[in-house]
Design a protein around this ligand. Structure first.
Ligand SMILES: C[S@@+](CC[C@H](N)C(=O)[O-])C[C@H]1O[C@@H](n2cnc3c(N)ncnc32)[C@H](O)[C@@H]1O
Length: 405
């Protein structure tokens, strides 16, 4: 076991601190903050970099706090920033977004601001874990597949936590707990089979084997004055408060830069969140590759004229639009998504990113395609973790010139 004393110099995208060995090799350190001296056990050594875990603190960062959840000490890998004060987490997210926009996106002095502050705790309506040998819910240990059994979860909504604490899942390999915080509906998806699973009364349980045979299961959530059906296989945001914060920030860019845009494309539309909110009163096309999400979106917005196309981004044939709202998966829009945005001719693209590295790359591609970055808003959707959610606005160069003249 190699243990080194290292000085961290900053935080990397993804949440680890960055340090250098005397040889110059970079070490990504889990459990450290910026600017502190720590003892690091190396757990993964490569030629050009290594990864390690903090096993002792020599000189602490002023940002360091005692993790509020007892399971961090047990090795639970669910939250990687519990050792950092909430204010520091918020500051670091802003810094990281500004850095990627500058370094990767090539945007000089990007405007980056914090959105509405959301609580870090008791908010998350979806958690994914595994089981311990006795069938209790467990998260994975940091940098390992081993289970760490937990009887509570600080970041989970109480309706989720009750299932974490009291459920029994046999030999399940994966357990996903999803709840509608405002409807009280709860769904547990168990892989590979749900046989014998015990959960509190009223919770729907389904096995991935049943879903694979066409069985349908869903819960409902209330967000922005609408009720949303969310099927077991469909994405939904991490909390209703988070979903509303995203809608507010997306709408803020639309109101500022394209309030009269009559045609809106919702790229990677999921169950229709943006189509059904910022799309209201506009002609809307949603583009989504998940069959269950498209079915949910059509059901959720049956009272509107919104149209949903079940197709992967790269195969979609774009039509003209004034506004594109794009909320892709972690991998971002990439070249094929940017091509789709450009082909619509939209004056405004509002990009929702859940991975800053992908945001930096997409911002650079949009700039190459003639879109000017007009601001990014960072939201705390994933408190106590290094995961970052960002809403960014990009305005077509000709439109931006008109706006500033
Ligand atoms: C982060 S979710 C956002 C969903 C929705 N905008 C929301 O806020 O609830 C990303 C969505 O993109 C979809 N998706 C991922 N890759 C895609 C692709 N290549 N083409 C179309 N949709 C894709 C996923 O199925 C998922 O529903």
């Amino acid at each position: 076991m190699t243990v080194l004393e290292l000085r961290t110099t900053g935080m990397a995208v993804g949440g680890e601190a960055v340090a250098r060995e005397p040889s110059g090799r970079v070490v990504f350190v889990s459990g450290a903050g910026p600017d502190e001296t720590v003892l690091v056990e190396l757990v993964d050594e490569r030629k050009s970099f290594a990864r390690g875990l903090v096993v002792g603190v020599v000189e602490r960062s002023p940002d360091r706090v005692q993790p509020p959840c007892p399971h961090v000490e047990d090795g639970c890998g669910g939250c990687d920033w519990q050792h950092l004060a909430i204010a520091a987490q918020r500051r670091l997210r802003l810094q990281q977004v500004a850095e990627v926009l500058q370094r990767t996106g090539g945007i000089a002095n990007p405007e980056v601001r914090a959105g509405v502050e959301l609580p870090a705790e008791r908010l998350r309506t979806t958690v994914r874990g595994t089981t311990d040998l006795e069938g209790h819910f467990a998260f994975r240990r940091r940098r390992s597949h081993d289970p760490v059994a937990v009887d509570s979860c600080l970041i989970a909504h109480p309706l989720v936590e009750e299932i974490v604490a009291n459920g029994w899942f046999g030999q399940a390999e994966e357990v996903t707990i999803r709840v509608g915080a405002r409807t009280g509906e709860r769904l547990v998806v168990v892989s590979p089979k749900a046989t014998g699973v015990r959960v509190p009364a009223g919770v729907t349980v389904v096995g991935t084997d049943e879903l694979g045979k066409g069985h349908r299961a869903w819960f409902h959530e209330e967000v922005a004055g609408r009720t949303w059906r969310v099927s077991a296989g469909s994405f939904f945001q991490a909390s209703p408060e988070g979903a509303e914060a995203l809608v507010t920030e997306v709408d803020a860019f639309i109101q500022r830069f394209a309030p009269d845009g009559a045609r809106l494309v919702d790229l990677c539309s999921g169950v229709g969140l943006f189509a059904g909110t910022v799309g209201a009163g506009r002609s809307v096309v949603g583009v989504e590759r998940s069959a269950s999400a498209v079915a949910d979106a059509r059901h959720n917005l049956a009272d509107t004229d919104a149209r949903f196309v079940k197709v992967a981004l790269g195969r979609w044939r774009p039509g003209p639009a004034d506004i594109v709202v794009a909320d892709p998966a972690r991998s971002g829009l990439a070249a094929e998504g940017i091509r789709a945005v450009v082909a619509t001719g939209a004056d405004l693209c509002v990009l929702v990113s859940c991975d800053p590295a992908a945001l930096g790359r997409d911002a650079g591609l949009l700039a190459d395609a003639g879109y000017v970055h007009v601001g990014s808003t960072v939201l705390d959707l994933f408190g106590h973790t290094g995961q970052i959610e960002v809403v960014s606005g990009f305005v077509k160069e000709s439109t931006s010139a008109k706006l500033s003249s």
